[in-house]
Design a protein around this ligand. Structure first.
Ligand code: 13P
Length: 255
């Protein structure tokens, strides 16, 4: 039985103390009962992971990083390793976000190295995939998604698949206020689940968590989270607003 999963990607927002404050606000607004049916994850910037980890200690709120590097350690200036993020309490790590694909030119090959590193380190990767507006208009989005799954998950075993979360984030919906309709999200989530069923195992596919991301907010969350095959949301802008983020958790709990 798949649980609902609500994740906040804080992106490059909030300083150290602001992150601590937001984490404490989220903690104070979520009663224990919500965690019986819903997983809640927050992903602050690297520098705030430690303080946020302290702020959410003794709660069921989970912590994730927004990226990692695939090497263990060494002369890789500016990079952050899996052991480093684990040492500050991370259980999850976002990998292959479209903003990293765009601004840091991350390829499916690099993303695959990071996915494998996360798995080997005992972290749970959230693999982000999704088509651009042009690819949707050209109706080639299914092949784009297959390529991202096939190459991003290269050398991932059936057993490892159960540790991976997939986030479908159409690029045209991120930060635009133009969310995918529940029907569009359902269609792609079903497509992703079928890919996993065919390539890996039908039982694994049934349990696979597939999140939707792209302009999710307090107003559209109910419709999106109720859509078939949508297990939760990866939220950007609205995850920085504690009332709205916690409202979305409550909506997920109530579905
Ligand atoms: P928005 O919710 O701001 O559209 O961002 C979505 C996203 O990119 C989450 O990773």
């Amino acid at each position: 039985m798949r649980r609902k999963f609500i994740a906040g990607n804080w992106k490059m927002n909030l300083g150290y103390r602001e992150s601590e404050k937001l984490a404490k606000e989220i903690k104070s607004k979520l009663e224990d009962k919500y965690f019986t049916k819903t997983d809640v994850l927050i992903c602050p910037s690297f520098i705030s992971l430690g303080i946020v980890n302290k702020a959410i200690k003794d709660t069921e709120i989970k912590l994730g990083a927004q990226d990692l590097y695939f090497e263990n350690d060494g002369a890789f200036t500016g990079e952050v390793s899996s052991d480093m993020i684990k040492s500050v309490g991370c259980e999850y790590v976002i990998i292959g976000h479209s903003e990293r694909r765009k601004y840091q030119h991350e390829s499916n090959k690099l993303i695959n190295l990071k996915i494998n590193k996360a798995i080997r380190s005992g972290l749970k990767p959230i693999l982000c995939i999704g088509e651009s507006l042009e690819e949707r208009e050209d109706e080639i989005y299914e092949s784009v998604i297959i390529e991202m799954l096939r190459d991003g998950l290269h050398e991932i075993s059936t057993e490892d698949m159960s540790k991976i979360v997939i986030a479908y984030e159409p690029v045209w919906a991120i930060g635009t206020g133009l969310n995918a309709t529940p029907k569009q999200a359902s269609e792609i989530h079903g497509f992703i689940r079928k890919y996993i069923s065919d390539k890996y195992d039908p039982e694994i596919a049934k349990e696979q968590i597939v999140l939707y991301g792209g302009s999710v907010n307090g107003k559209n969350a109910k419709d999106i989270l109720s859509a078939k095959d949508v297990d939760g949301a990866l939220i950007g802008g609205a995850s920085l607003k504690p009332d709205e983020f916690c409202d979305i958790v409550r909506i997920a709990y109530s579905i």
